[in-house]
Design a binder for this molecule. Sequence first.
Ligand code: HEC
Ligand code: HEC
Ligand code: HEC
Ligand code: HEC
Length: 206
Amino acid sequence: MQLVKMKLLKNNLLRILPVLLILIFTVAFSGTPGINERIKQAQAPYDKRIEPPIPLPVNTVKVLVPDQGGTFYTQTRKDQIKRFQCSACHNNKEVMIKNAARISHADKRIVHGSTSGPLDCNTCHSKENRDFLTTSKNRKIDMDHAYALCGECHFRQKKDWIGGAHGKPVSHWAGERVVKNCTSCHDPHSPRFKKRWPATYSPPFK
Ligand code: HEC
Ligand code: HEC
Ligand code: HEC
Ligand code: HEC
């Protein structure tokens, strides 16, 4: 009687053993991607990678044109503009005050343009929607992409900027390339830098 019981138990154990093994394996290896999955991830196009190896700094936006290495990023601007959103005032309500433009934007003196005359506000700012910039062909540009506006006229500087010969990177050599936007450095209303003396003098000769 005892022997028959033992044999039965052994037989049953043998029968459930493969199932038990499969269960242990699936629990142990679930969650870690297989070797094929790993290779696929590494070979994916730059844009499709799950996450960049080094996280992007905050307040960056992907530049709408690629550089020679693929995509790159620039600093956002709207978060830097105190009077954004412009549409808080520039709505469809009529302005009743005389000289309202001069009063509300008295600080804006345009020193930008040809010798015959400065650029007009509406050359750069969309008349229909003041939250946006505009091109000569009436294409709206988000203020975070100010470089696209500047590049309409200063295409050579924009080309240099894309290539990294004009402007300044804010990221390190590893990870995504992040550069300063044109308006991070230049005031669009008076873009030329003031001339100044060197910050330090030559040490006396001994
Ligand atoms: C506190 C209210 C207020 C805010 C905020 C504001 N504006 Fe204005 N702005 C005015 C008023 C008022 C005028 C004059 C009436 C008009 O043109 O609508 C004006 C006029 C202008 C003009 C025409 C100037 C001219 O000389 O013809 C431009 C361009 C302009 N604003 C751009 C902007 C932009 C860009 C922003 C956002 C960054 C902005 N404004 C935010 C009140 C404001
Ligand atoms: C050469 C193009 C250009 C011209 C011309 C221009 N703007 Fe601007 N303006 C810009 C850009 C680009 C920005 C966004 C600045 C940034 O990224 O910080 C801006 C920002 C502004 C702002 C919000 C930021 C601030 O400095 O207060 C106001 C207000 C403004 N412009 C008003 C005007 C008015 C009024 C005129 C005309 C007298 C004018 N702009 C002419 C390109 C221009
Ligand atoms: C509609 C055309 C136009 C746009 C848009 C424009 N500019 Fe200009 N910019 C000019 C003209 C014209 C001059 C004067 C050129 C000269 O004096 O040789 C000038 C002059 C300049 C200068 C001084 C050049 C020098 O030789 O000293 C700088 C810097 C500049 N712009 C930067 C910018 C930046 C930054 C933006 C974008 C916010 C911008 N510009 C957008 C037309 C434009
Ligand atoms: C890191 C700051 C920085 C950034 C970003 C930057 N510039 Fe400049 N830019 C300068 C300096 C510095 C000069 C030289 C000024 C001088 O010689 O007085 C200059 C000069 C210029 C000039 C005058 C002509 C020349 O080549 O010397 C133009 C036009 C100009 N920049 C346009 C742009 C445009 C358009 C962008 C964006 C696509 C841009 N800049 C981005 C700093 C910058």
